[in-house]
Structures are given as structure tokens and as C-alpha cells.
Design a protein around this ligand. Structure first.
Ligand code: BV8
Length: 235
């Protein structure tokens, strides 16, 4: 980060591409399909109401993947954790991802704006709790005495992402904005670069295998694998 002589706030947005080299499938890599279903058709409250077993299976399979010892943080996750340790200013990672690879790499200042695969939400009392096993329609909430069923604590399409006030506050204050491994197709995350541009002169850098849908809004684009380009940038 020698090229950026500042100790200001760095905001880093990450998407599924940063976890691809850890073996986790991206959304659009498989053409946005899972077992023939469009993700946008499975990751919705309507899909869960219509066919809870299908939606639970979608997340149980992905949760089980996280338990696979072969799925580990990669060099990009580790470089961001090092940046947080070594940067003189604050570093905030805002991830669209629901995996726990940033935490396992050592990142502390982290917002999961789309929720977390390893947490469940009670349909009755709205309590969120750690949950690493399979979720079934029969699972009941321990907080409200079994009155409510449990859903994945995931932000579905049509639902409000988490901690948006904190995210927008950081975007308007940041001295540098990095976007890593996202196709820029899902809002409001895809609009974050605009918030930064409207707030001042902070450089905005996109690191992605290919130009994203919002590439033209970034001051710089670096094409390539996050596992190579993020450590190189942090150095
Ligand atoms: C909301 C949890 C309002 C689920 C997810 C029409 C136009 C514009 C917007 C909308 C519209 N209709 C509806 C909307 C809004 C909608 C939206 O944006 N839809 C899109 C599809 C058009 N958004 C919402 O509904 C959001 N909520 O707007 O609420 C509101 C207001 C008031 C009150 C209530 C509500 C909620 C969106 C959140 C949905 N949940 N995730 C789950 O994970 O199962 S989104 C899902 O997509 C994931 O979180 C994923 O991370 C995210 C974005 O995808 P990416 O991360 O970018 O992944 P993708 O595969 O697309 O791209 C990966 C990239 O990495 C690729 O470019 C690839 O080239 C690159 N790559 C691959 N390998 C590597 C790499 N790069 C570097 N290195 C590598 N090795």
C-alpha cells in the first residue's frame, strides 16, 4: 500500500470471487444456477415460504462445505487481515459473502451485510444465534422455548442488508475504497462505489477476474485472481 500515502479509513467490499480460490462456488460462475434453480429464485423469502425444505437444503449444502477442512482462507483473505494489523488507520471489510473465511484469516473489523451461513434466525422472536449444523424445518428456537422455527440468518433478495447505516457512514469517510471479487450486479453493494465518488476524491480500485458491471465507475481496475493481486496490493 506504499502508493497511498495516507492513514485514513480503508473500506474493502468483497464478493464471492475472493472465496473462489478457497473452493467455494461463486454465484455467476455456474451461470447463477444451483441444481437448475436461479439463485435469485432460491434466496428469497417467497421461496422459503413456498418450499422451505428446498431452501434449507441449498444452505445446508453450503454450510457443510464450510465444515470441509479443504475449505480454508486463501492468500487474499490473509492479506486483508494483515492490512488490518499493519495499516496505521482503520480498515473495514464489508463482505457480501456468508462464509466465515475472513474471520478465520484474522479479520476483526468486519460486516457481513448479507448475513452468515453459520448463524440461524428465529421466525418467531427474530433472535440470531450461531448454527453450524444442518437446519431442518423441525429445528426450533432455544431462545423462545420452541415457539418459532429457524431460518438461515441470510439476507435474501428483497430483504434489507445488515448494518447499512454503518456502511454508508464509512463509505462517505473513507480515504480508499477497494472492491474485490464481485460482479457488481447485486444492489445496494454494487452502488457503494458511487457513494464513495459522491463523497470526495478517494481512489476506488476494483480487483476482479474480469471487469465488473460497474467497472467504469472505478478509478482503477486490476484484472486477475484475488489470491495474487490482493497480497501484491497490500505489499
Ligand atoms: C434490497 C445472500 C431493498 C444469499 C445475497 C433491479 C435492478 C436493480 C436492483 C434490483 C432489481 N430488482 C431487485 C433489486 C434489488 C436486489 C438486486 O440487486 N437484485 C439483482 C439480482 C438485480 N437486491 C436486493 O434484493 C437486496 N435487498 O435491495 O432491499 C429493501 C429496501 C427497504 C426495505 C427492505 C428491502 C438484497 C441483496 C442480497 C441478496 N443476498 N446473498 C446467499 O448468499 O445465498 S446476494 C448474493 O450475490 C451473494 O451475497 C453474493 O455475494 C452476491 C453478489 O454476487 P457476487 O459476490 O458479486 O458474486 P458473483 O458470482 O456475481 O461474482 C463473483 C465475481 O468474482 C465475478 O465477477 C468473477 O469474475 C470474480 N471472480 C471469480 N473468481 C475470482 C474472481 N475475482 C478474483 N479472483 C478470483 N479468483
Amino acid at each position: 500500500m506504499k502508493r497511498y500515502p495516507t492513514d485514513g479509513l480503508i473500506v474493502v467490499l468483497t464478493g464471492a470471487g475472493i472465496s473462489a480460490e478457497s473452493g467455494l462456488a461463486t454465484f455467476r460462475g455456474a451461470g447463477g444456477l444451483w441444481e437448475g434453480h436461479r439463485v435469485e429464485d432460491v434466496a428469497t423469502p417467497e421461496a422459503f415460504a413456498r418450499n422451505p425444505a428446498l431452501v434449507q437444503r441449498f444452505y445446508n449444502l453450503r454450510r457443510a462445505q464450510l465444515r470441509d477442512p479443504a475449505v480454508r482462507p486463501n492468500a487474499a483473505h490473509r492479506a486483508l487481515a494483515r492490512l488490518e494489523r499493519e495499516w496505521p488507520g482503520e480498515v473495514l471489510v464489508v463482505t457480501q459473502n456468508v462464509d466465515d473465511l475472513h474471520e478465520r484469516a484474522g479479520t476483526r473489523n468486519l460486516i457481513h451485510m448479507h448475513g452468515e451461513l453459520l448463524r440461524a434466525l428465529c421466525l418467531a422472536c427474530n433472535d440470531s444465534m450461531p448454527w453450524s449444523e444442518d437446519l431442518s424445518p423441525e429445528a426450533v428456537c432455544p431462545s423462545c422455548g420452541g415457539k418459532g422455527g429457524l431460518r438461515p440468518d441470510i439476507v435474501w433478495f428483497g430483504e434489507m442488508p445488515y448494518r447499512m447505516d454503518e456502511i454508508y457512514d464509512a463509505l462517505t469517510r473513507c480515504a480508499l475504497f477497494l472492491s474485490i471479487g464481485t460482479s457488481g450486479q447485486v444492489y445496494p453493494a454494487a452502488g457503494f462505489v458511487e457513494v464513495v465518488r459522491e463523497s470526495g476524491e478517494a481512489p476506488t480500485i476494483e480487483i476482479n477476474l474480469e471487469p465488473s458491471a460497474t467497472r467504469s465507475r472505478f478509478s482503477e481496475h486490476r484484472s486477475g485472481a484475488a489470491g495474487e493481486l490482493v497480497p501484491a496490493l497490500v505489499d
